[in-house]
Design a protein around this ligand. Structure first.
Ligand code: FAD
Length: 302
């Protein structure tokens, strides 16, 4: 099928884009990488009357770092999360998550802002932002605001964005020394959305876990932050942490979707395994850095 007819707008500044969104309201959709919106339109699951293509707005792309925070522009492509040295060194979890997103053709076009606004709970970047307590920066003609990731994802494919708001960037904390990060997920075929997954970060100091962040992929209607697992790990001996029971306990109370791809029980089983795997890899990296602080990946103190 082909998309229904629409009017096309290509603003060249954020001001022009938000003015259009204010004028067009519910009838407009922002086009970023088009990797989710175009299939939706082609299948006529959505019929926006106006498309506001933000690809010409250079100010929306790229990353900057200051005061312990990395700001990643909404139009930054998934591929840049893997290749941009500033992003990779500042928030390694973004670089670990990106290779799991579809195929390289999708990563060349898909954007950070598009992935967050689309709000698929099986997507990697929403889980990373929830785990790291990121803030999503949004703009409208009324001004700008920042929304905590935990408040941004409201329900399946629903966010706290108003129809006239544009995602302009995401702000993520840069962790200090002794950190490790990993993403583990299970998909039936390479490039498919994961049935279940985990995006984890840990920080170790003097052999103890001093910080833990665990975001879950595909384990509910929104990306889930596994706070009980984080609490169980924080303060524990990095060598002796029981990662198997941490994974099992983290998913026990969750109610993941049950569909043709797998039952809720199967997803819980996978989720527990993915948490254990991701935490194991993150801890190994963090312990290496704790012993050899000169190799800190997060680029020094936050
Ligand atoms: C075959 C296939 C496999 C895929 N596999 C994965 C996967 O494994 N993991 C994964 O995470 N994703 C996957 N994707 C989706 C891909 O990552 C998309 O790039 C992403 O979901 C949307 O980003 P986009 O830039 O393409 O957004 P678009 O498709 O352009 O837009 C998506 C939605 O976000 C809105 N939007 C976009 N940008 C903004 C903005 N700045 N402000 C406000 N609203 C905005 C649009 O209006 C639209 O509603 C896959 C896609 C395909 C086609």
């Amino acid at each position: 099928m082909k998309a229904a007819a629409f009017d096309y707008h290509a603003p060249e500044s954020v001001d022009a884009a938000v003015a259009l969104l204010a004028e067009l309201g519910d009838e407009a959709k922002v086009l970023a990488g088009g990797q989710s919106l175009v299939p939706v339109m082609a299948m006529r699951l959505g019929r926006p009357e106006h498309i506001v293509d933000v690809n010409r707005i250079e100010a929306l792309a790229g990353a900057t770092r200051s005061n312990g925070t990395l700001r990643v522009g909404a139009l930054t492509r998934h591929r840049d999360l893997e290749t941009d040295v500033l992003i990779r060194d500042s928030v390694p979890l973004l670089a670990r998550a990106a290779p799991h997103i579809g195929h390289f053709q999708i990563r060349n076009r898909g954007t950070v802002g598009g992935s967050l606004a689309h709000a698929d709970s099986a997507a990697e970047l929403p889980a990373v932002t929830v785990a790291l307590d990121a803030e999503i920066e949004v703009r409208s003609s009324r001004g700008s605001r920042r929304i905590r990731a935990a408040d941004f994802f409201v329900s399946i494919f629903m966010t706290a964005l108003e129809p006239d708001e544009l995602v302009t960037a995401v702000h993520l904390p840069v962790w200090g020394r002794g950190c490790g990060f990993a993403v583990a997920e299970f998909a039936r075929r390479h490039g498919d959305f994961a049935l279940a997954g985990a995006a984890c970060g840990v920080q170790v100091d003097g052999g103890r876990i001093v910080r833990a962040a665990v975001g879950l992929i595909g384990m509910g209607g929104v990306p889930v932050r596994a706070r009980p697992a984080e609490q169980a790990l924080t303060g524990a001996d990095a060598h002796g942490a029981d990662l198997v029971s941490t994974g099992r306990d983290a998913v026990a109370a969750l109610d993941p979707p049950s569909d043709a791809h797998g039952s809720a029980a199967y997803r819980r089983h996978l989720g527990a395994q993915m948490i254990t795997q991701a935490l194991g890899r993150a801890l190994a990296e963090a312990q290496g850095q704790d012993r050899n602080p000169g190799q800190s990946q997060a680029g020094g103190t936050a």
